[in-house]
Design a protein around this ligand. Structure first.
Ligand code: NDP
Length: 480
């Protein structure tokens, strides 16, 4: 059985208590690895070594920080197959997806912020009466990065790369549900030659995350996860005046107008609802369709969803793998039961999926599920499900589409499908949503701000937004 280790002070080690937690393989429903069950004492040790390392890391030229991030990217690229296999095994997602999306995008994150380290600049403001202001942007010191289980290495690197590029030392925690690729990254960071203490990785449950948030010497927290956890973190961080970015949940709409490119819209919306088992914060779970197109769209959509192959993540033709854990599987099945209770009509799915591969007999597989006939205000259409479940909702006109789209507590991502360019721009401006895609979905440019409004989060990451978050601006005014 694989035994994972923490990374503290440049060396791989167990938690100080030597307690371990089990790591499960979702596709087979069995334990296959163990990870350190760290606690506040491990956070204390990691912060101490990070603070020591910061005295030299903050003075390290940005070109050297960039070189190390590129070197780490090179090593992951060298071992891409091993990383993809580990990510698929740990999450239950198709190996083909881990190979084409998770790991390449993790490498891209490291390379992007390696470049950002050398490109980041700050402002200067000249005054007419003989003075000039310039803004220093200095690293905070030790920062905390806490990431979820759905895109483990992708979101882990999305945080640690800008934090390190900006000159901070990091105490990071991956989800206890999917710790393996972060442990592999820890090994590669040693091989890459990162100085001891610059990057520390602690495994363990929410309690370690809580200890990171509460630690007085950790100056900023970058968190991606659920809205409830985000609320706990905001409460804990507020009295300490910590900087926070919170990338939280969503209840994202896809809005399909009758004048859309029909084929592109059906293909795009199926992907946006069911990619990665629907376990992407940006997935659309509410599909709003203009009433005149509704019957035709519903028929084509359901047919395409029925054709998705649920199967062993290792098989190359699998579209949808297993859900990440027994607990999450139970939560998603519970949401389907709620939809039934609310009077929803299940157009397809709604039951456990039978998977051919014998090894997957005890895995957590669910049929991709489409539901219609529910009010926009019901629980199913208001609460995040975060699984392969989408609802269909007809609308009459732009105003109604907008009201339904904006009518939840969340505001993360929307995709619009229409050939009417003016309408798309008009809608984009009025949507309460951190991201709007027009005739596409999940097309990401790493320079753009990423994050949500309302209960979907606080602050933005991505591009120089992330570099700004991980630095403290200081204005210097010089009179001459
Ligand atoms: P959680 O909020 O359960 O966990 C996220 C991370 O926080 C994990 O590492 C978790 O540890 C840790 N954690 C748990 N409790 C605490 C605490 N009290 N203090 C500090 N850290 C804590 O989210 P999930 O892992 O279940 O991820 C799914 C959620 O993430 C969904 O709601 C999804 O929408 C959201 N998400 C948002 C994204 C965005 O960019 N807006 C992107 C991706 C996902 P552990 O797992 O070990 O308990």
């Amino acid at each position: 059985m694989q035994k994972l280790a923490n990374l503290v002070g440049g060396s791989l080690q167990p938690s100080l208590s030597a307690h371990e937690l089990e790591v499960w393989e979702p596709a087979v429903g069995q334990v296959y690895a163990s990870a350190p069950q760290s606690d506040a004492a491990d956070v204390e040790a990691a912060v101490a070594t990070a603070q020591t390392a910061f005295t030299t890391w903050r003075e390290t030229p940005s070109s050297e920080r960039a070189r190390l991030l590129h070197r780490l990217a090179d090593l992951i690229e060298r071992d891409l197959e091993a990383f993809a296999a580990a990510e698929s095994r740990d999450t239950g997602k198709p190996l083909s997806l881990a190979r084409s999306l998770d790991i390449p995008r993790s490498i891209a994150n490291l390379r992007f912020f390696a470049a950002a380290a050398t490109q980041f600049a700050s402002e200067s403001h000249a005054m007419e009466d003989g003075a000039v202001n310039y803004t220093l942007r200095q690293p905070h010191g030790v920062v905390g990065c806490i990431s979820p289980w759905n895109l483990p290495l992708y979101l882990f690197t999305w945080k640690i790369a800008p934090a390190l590029a900006a000159g901070n030392c990091v105490v990071a925690k991956p989800s206890e549900v999917t710790p393996v690729t972060a442990a592999m990254l820890a090994e590669r960071s040693i091989e890459a030659g990162f100085p001891a203490g610059v990057l520390n990785i602690l495994h363990g449950g929410g309690a370690v995350g809580g200890a990171i948030v509460a630690h007085p010497q950790i100056r900023a927290i970058s968190f991606t996860g659920g809205t409830t956890t985000g609320r706990h973190i905001a409460l804990a961080a507020a009295p300490l005046f910590k900087k926070l970015t919170l990338e939280l949940g969503g209840k994202n709409p896809s809005i399909v107008f009758a004048d859309c490119d029909f084929e592109a819209a059906v293909t795009g919306v199926v992907r946006s609802a069911f990619a990665n088992q629907g376990e992407i914060c940006l997935c659309s779970s509410r599909v709003l369709v203009e009433r005149s197109l509704y019957p035709r769209f519903r028929e084509a959509f359901v047919e395409r969803v029925r054709a998705l192959r649920v199967g062993d993540p290792l098989e190359p033709d699998t579209d949808q793998g297993a859900l990440v854990s027994a607990a999450h599987y139970g939560k998603v099945m519970g949401a389907v039961a709620t939809a039934r209770k609310e009077g929803g009509k299940i157009l397809c799915g709604g039951e456990p999926a039978q998977v051919h591969a014998a090894r997957c007999a005890k895995g957590w597989f669910l049929q991709p599920t489409v539901i219609e006939g529910l009010a926009a205000s019901c629980e199913t259409n208001q609460e995040e499900i975060f699984g392969p479940v989408a609802t269909l909702l007809p609308f009459e006109d732009e105003a109604e589409a907008l009201a339904i789209a904006n009518g939840t507590a969340f505001g993360l991502a929307t995709s619009l499908w229409s050939r009417d360019v003016q309408r798309c721009h008009r809608m984009a401006a009025q949507l309460e949503s951190g991201l709007v895609w027009i005739n596409t979905w999940l097309l990401r440019d790493l320079r753009t701000p990423m994050g949500g409004t309302k209960h979907s989060g606080l602050g933005r990451e991505g591009g120089f937004e992330a570099m700004k978050f991980f630095t403290e601006p200081k204005n210097v005014c010089l009179k001459y």
